[in-house]
Design a protein around this ligand. Structure first.
Ligand code: RM4
Ligand code: MN
Ligand code: MN
Length: 399
């Protein structure tokens, strides 16, 4: 490995951070039921403590995304949550409004035909914006469950127009450094049409809303054969890429751990980002967030595994020889161009990652070190008792 390549990978490693999701530490289930894990987080306290472990063992997961209604107790002050984070060595990342779980949202939130429901949804967005300010968070990350289930049920154009109007109050209330991210998804929970179904729709609405609105790419929110890295390249080139939700899938929005099914896909996304950075000399600080709910993997171990995989793929993608690649592309030398990509994907960059960890006094093997720490065993017994006291029992049924 030559010096400039080594330096590039070191720079990439220094720059790479990834945010963990509070909900990835809690018990989650399929729509058929939920299997509880003794060590899973019960409340925000536990979630931030567990996220703190992931950061302590990896060194590059300093922030935690929160979902407003899943994480903040009613009336709980933002400063209390910030303090809890600080105590555990993490700070608060993206704030995610919940516009999908209340009964009033049966026919949508921001796109609901009932003005009272829309007003309620706008209010929740504004409150989420306030929480972001109070927690020092730069991002409000919005996923809508809005859509319809049957042909003819909704006026799709009316609902589209409602979006810009209902998103603008939050946009206009943001501080200069803050952004709102619009996350698209082709289906689920609605199965006929979804109001923000793909990146084009999110792009159009974001443009209508204003310059602080950008597009969020959740890797699980595409049809199976879609070329996600091309979407990323277009969003980069139009300055509309707001951030990522990383997870992997085999079939739909499976929320499997990132890189578990198709690491080459993840690598190709990172490649487009590095290549753009090289071509434009613009260092990219993109919010990389994990959004997965590994149902049966142990929560903290799965998160450490995910973070380590993401870091490794990010570093591998920095190993592409861009000068060479650009030359081959210009000359239509397709095999040589592809080889640039393949060689980086298969390059053994792990010695550099070990060096990076050593220089930061981090464990050389984060997963093994976490296992040795005995943390999971301790919390499993404590949380098992607490779960019993709180009367939280396994819910194995769907109806
Ligand atoms: C969606 C999406 C969002 C998440 C919601 C609850 O599938 O990925 O990011 O917050 O689930
Ligand atoms: Mn997501
Ligand atoms: Mn999802």
């Amino acid at each position: 490995m030559n010096d400039s390549l080594t330096e590039r990978i070191h720079t990439a490693l220094d720059r790479f951070e990834i945010e963990t999701p509070s909900w990835g530490f809690a018990d989650t289930g399929t729509r058929f039921g939920k299997f509880l894990q003794d060590a899973a987080a019960i409340d925000i306290n536990d979630k931030l403590a567990d996220a703190g472990q992931v950061h302590a063992f990896t060194g590059f997961c300093p922030t935690v995304a929160l979902h407003v209604l899943w994480d903040f107790r009613p009336g709980q002050s933002a400063s209390e949550v910030v303090q809890l984070g600080r105590k555990n060595g993490v700070s608060i990342g993206a704030i995610n409004p919940n516009l999908f779980q209340e009964q009033i949202y049966k026919y949508g939130s921001l796109c609901n035909r009932d003005p009272d429901v829309r007003a309620q949804a706008v209010k929740h967005l504004l409150e989420s914006g306030e929480l972001a300010k109070q927690t020092g968070s730069r991002l409000i990350s919005i996923w809508l469950g809005d859509g319809s289930n049957y042909p003819g049920q909704s006026n799709i154009r009316w609902r589209k127009r409602a979006l810009a109007e209902t998103l603008r109050p939050l946009h206009d209330s943001l501080n200069p450094g803050q952004q709102m991210l619009l996350e698209y998804k082709p289906f689920e929970p609605a199965f006929y049409h979804t109001d923000l179904a793909d990146w084009g729709m999110a792009y159009v609405v974001a443009k209508e809303v204003g310059p602080k609105a950008k597009v969020l790419v959740d890797t699980g929110h595409h049809y199976l054969s879609q070329n996600i890295e091309q979407i990323v390249a277009w969003l980069l080139d139009t300055d509309m890429l707001g951030g990522f939700h990383f997870n992997d899938r085999r079939y739909a929005d499976d929320d499997l751990t990132f890189g578990s099914i198709d690491p080459y896909q993840a690598f190709r996304i990172f490649h487009e980002i590095h290549y753009f950075g090289w071509e434009t000399s613009r260092a990219q600080t993109i919010p990389y967030m994990i959004d997965q709910s590994h149902i049966d993997k142990p929560k903290i171990e799965a998160m450490i595994q995910t973070a380590v995989v993401a870091q490794e793929l990010y570093a591998r993608a920095a190993a592409v020889d861009y000068e060479k690649l650009a030359r081959h592309q210009e000359r239509n030398e397709q095999i040589d161009a592809e080889e640039c990509i393949r060689q980086a994907f298969f390059a053994d960059i792990r010695p550099l990652i070990l060096e990076w960890r050593k220089a930061r006094n981090l464990p050389l093997d984060p997963l093994a070190a976490f296992r040795e720490s005995g943390y999971e065993k301790r919390i499993a017994s404590e949380r098992k008792t607490r779960r019993a006291e709180l009367g939280i029992t396994a819910s194995g049924s769907y109806a």
